[in-house]
Design a binder for this molecule. Structure first.
Ligand code: B16
Ligand code: MG
Length: 219
C-alpha cells in the first residue's frame, strides 16, 4: 500500500530555482565564472557546498580557495538568496500542490519534505504550508546528498514506512537518481529527456494528483 509521499521542495512545491540561479550567477560573476541557465541545471538538487565546488571546478578554480573561504562564499550566496526569497507568499506555491496536500491529508497518507535545502523550513513557513507535512528531513543529518539515496531513505523512515511504500516527487535529475537508488518509485516534473530515469514524467505540477501518484506507484 502507498503510505507516504516524499516531496522535493525547490522546483516541486515552489520555484525557488530562479532565486538560487540569481544568487549563484552574481557570486559567480564576482569570482569570474559565468553561471548561465544551462549550467544552473547541473546545480538543481545539489547541496550548497557541492554547488560551489561545481562552479569553482567549472571556472578552473578548484584549488584556489581554503575551506574557510568556501564557507564564507556559501554564506554570501545564502544571504543574497535569503534576501531574494523574503517576498515569497502562499501565491508562490506551484499549481496542483495545495490540492494534492489536501488529498493526502484526507486519505491519511504521510507527506514528508526531502529537500537538499537547509532553508526548507523557512520557505514552508513563508508559503504557510508547514502544517501539511508530517516531517522535514534535515539535509545536514544525512551522510551523502543527492544523487545518493540517503535523504529519501531518511524520509521513508521519518514517515514510518518502507521505501517500497513511498513515492518520491522531484524536478532534478540528481534527485530522481537519488529516489531510484533508494528503490522508491519516482515521479518527475519537467523535461522528459533530462528526467528519463523517473517512472513517470509530468510537464507540470498541475498534473499531480493522488490518483496519478497511486497509478505510478502500482506500475
Ligand atoms: P540551500 P531541493 C536544493 O533544493 C536546490 O535545488 C539546490 O539548487 C540548492 O543548492 C540546494 O537545495 C541547497 O539549498 O542552499 O537552501 O541549503 O531541490 O533539493 O529542494
Ligand atoms: Mg528540486
Amino acid at each position: 500500500m502507498l503510505k507516504a509521499v516524499l516531496f522535493d521542495l525547490d522546483g516541486v512545491i515552489t520555484d525557488t530555482a530562479k532565486f538560487h540561479f540569481l544568487a549563484w550567477r552574481d557570486l559567480g560573476a564576482e569570482l569570474g565564472v559565468t553561471v548561465d541557465e544551462a549550467f544552473n541545471e547541473e546545480l538543481k538538487g545539489v547541496s550548497r557546498i557541492d554547488s560551489l565546488e561545481r562552479i569553482l571546478a567549472f571556472g578552473g578554480l578548484a584549488d584556489k580557495y581554503s575551506t574557510a573561504e568556501k564557507e564564507a562564499l556559501c554564506t554570501k550566496k545564502n544571504d543574497h538568496y535569503l534576501e531574494l526569497i523574503q517576498e515569497m507568499t502562499p501565491a508562490d506555491i506551484l499549481p496542483g500542490i495545495l490540492p494534492l496536500l489536501e488529498e493526502l491529508r484526507e486519505a491519511g497518507l504521510k507527506a514528508i519534505v526531502t529537500s537538499a535545502s537547509k532553508n526548507a523550513p523557512g520557505i514552508l513557513e513563508l508559503l504557510q504550508v508547514k502544517d501539511y507535512f508530517d516531517g522535514i528531513v534535515d539535509p545536514a543529518s544525512v551522510a551523502a546528498g543527492k544523487p545518493a539515496p540517503d535523504i529519501f531513505l531518511a524520509g521513508a523512515e521519518l514517515a514510518g514506512a518502507k521505501p517500497a511504500e513511498c513515492i518520491g516527487v522531484e524536478d532534478a535529475a540528481s534527485g530522481v537518481e537519488a529516489i531510484k537508488a533508494a528503490h522508491i518509485p519516482a515521479i518527475a516534473i519537467g523535461d522528459a529527456e533530462v528526467l528519463a530515469q523517473a517512472d513517470r514524467v509530468l510537464a507540470d505540477t498541475s498534473d499531480l494528483s493522488l490518483a496519478v501518484l497511486r497509478d505510478t506507484w502500482e506500475k
